[in-house]
Design a protein around this ligand. Structure first.
Ligand SMILES: C[S@@+](CC[C@H](N)C(=O)[O-])C[C@H]1O[C@@H](n2cnc3c(N)ncnc32)[C@H](O)[C@@H]1O
Length: 389
């Protein structure tokens, strides 16, 4: 990550403009030594962190708000150091080169992309946990008229797939680094052709981490077009039996179960299991109904302010509820009227990390609102309640 080690930082009077970068304010941590500097660049807002070391400072982008691509951070750091007349000791800015998968970075989308403008101009198919990507690449190559969305949480697999997309010059795959169970909440109803879940991790000891669950299957049915299929392929008899039970619980669906049927392309996992003589089970659940439209509203506004004493009281606390949590991490002071709170909240599997900018009686999320997931909406209501205790 880009950073600069510097001495003798002379913070300018805020706000200050340098080229296309505007440095808006500085926030000082109340029980720690870090400082944050708010930066605006075009429509983006983010924070730089100034972290004191023994006899110098490290300046880098704050991890919660860090923007992409990296050149924005590099420029923001360089401009800031000039404005603050830092004495640079060393930096790594020239070492940060575009990665070999850069050409395909346009195919890697953030969750906001899907929430704001879910692609609908082609038929959509989804692969959950694509791993090496062999199946996804095969499908995309053989079905150029379909848009494939690959969902993964394992970063090396994502990098590998992006490299292959560039190498094979494919233009019908979008990749998202997100938990598939939560991603489904943002897919419009009745638009998906097929959902592939091939060789999901069985999680025999932690079943709550399984991809297949009642809520997942219900969301899958909602997003599938009538007549379209959720396809599970597994080598685990336990997982097969568990999934069959979950699928059978659905009111209106058609199920097809097969065993040891060779697919058009086999994955690395499959090759290994077949070599070991294991059985492979498939369940295909056909959705038979039309679902009601997706509503993606989320009100993340605050009706009243919060007293500083209450913020101090909440700092360091974690509140755990049935299907979400809130953790108040750090409090910063910007000036006499304004404070900044670092917090995380929402689902246990994909927590949202944000700041709250508190200006006397107005509170807003910084740099932008949380994504409108169910867990985030519940957490927001609770945060407001906790502020008003
Ligand atoms: C056992 S591998 C199978 C990979 C591939 N489907 C295959 O057949 O070779 C399971 C993959 O699912 C991914 N995964 C697990 N849980 C996930 C989740 N909740 N959302 C998205 N991907 C997930 C893992 O990172 C892993 O790459």
């Amino acid at each position: 990550m880009p950073h600069i080690a510097a001495k003798n930082i002379q913070l300018p009077a805020f706000p200050i403009k340098r080229g296309e970068f505007e440095y808006l304010w500085k926030a000082q941590a109340i029980y720690a030594k870090e400082q944050l500097v708010a930066v605006r660049y075009k429509e983006l807002a983010f924070l730089l962190e100034i972290k004191p070391k023994k006899d110098h400072y490290i300046i880098k982008a704050d991890k919660v708000t860090r923007p992409a691509p990296t050149f924005i951070v590099k420029e923001a750091l360089s401009n800031f150091c000039e404005a603050a007349r830092c004495q640079r000791l060393y930096d790594n800015l020239s070492q940060i080169k575009p990665s070999h998968t850069q050409k395909a970075q346009g195919f890697l989308k953030g969750i906001d992309y899907f929430i704001n403008d879910f692609p609908k101009d082609k038929e959509v198919c989804i692969e959950v946990g694509f791993g090496s990507g062999r199946h996804l690449l095969y499908q995309a190559k053989n079905n150029p008229h379909i848009l494939f969305i690959g969902i993964e949480v394992h970063k090396p697999s994502i990098e590998q797939l992006l490299g292959q997309i560039a190498l094979q010059k494919l233009d019908n795959i979008l990749v998202v680094d997100y938990d598939a169970r939560l991603f489904m909440e943002f897919v419009p109803s009745n638009i998906v052709g097929t959902i592939f879940v091939h060789f999901p991790i069985p999680w025999d000891k932690k079943p709550h981490r399984r991809v297949i669950s009642k809520p997942f299957v219900q969301e899958a049915k909602r997003v599938l077009k009538p007549g379209s299929i959720l396809e599970l392929r597994t080598d685990s008899i336990n997982y097969f039996e568990y999934a069959l039970e979950v699928f059978l619980d659905e009111k209106k669906a058609q199920l097809e179960v097969t065993k040891n049927i060779a697919p058009p392309v086999s994955s690395k996992y499959e090759d290994r299991w077949v070599r070991l003589g294991k059985d492979i089970y498939d369940i295909r659940l056909k959705n038979l109904e039309n679902s009601k439209e997706l509503e993606l509203e989320g009100d993340f506004s605050f009706q009243s302010g919060v007293k500083k004493e209450r913020l101090i009281e909440l700092m360091g606390q974690t509140k755990v509820y049935e299907d979400f949590f809130i953790h108040f991490q750090k409090l910063y002071s910007i000036d006499e009227k304004r404070n900044l709170v670092e917090l995380s909240f929402g689902s246990f599997d994909r927590p949202e990390h944000k700041y709250l900018l508190i200006d006397v009686n107005t509170i807003r999320y910084f740099p932008k609102q949380p994504i409108p997931s169910r867990a985030n909406k519940k957490a927001h209501i609770k945060i407001e309640e906790l502020f008003n205790v």
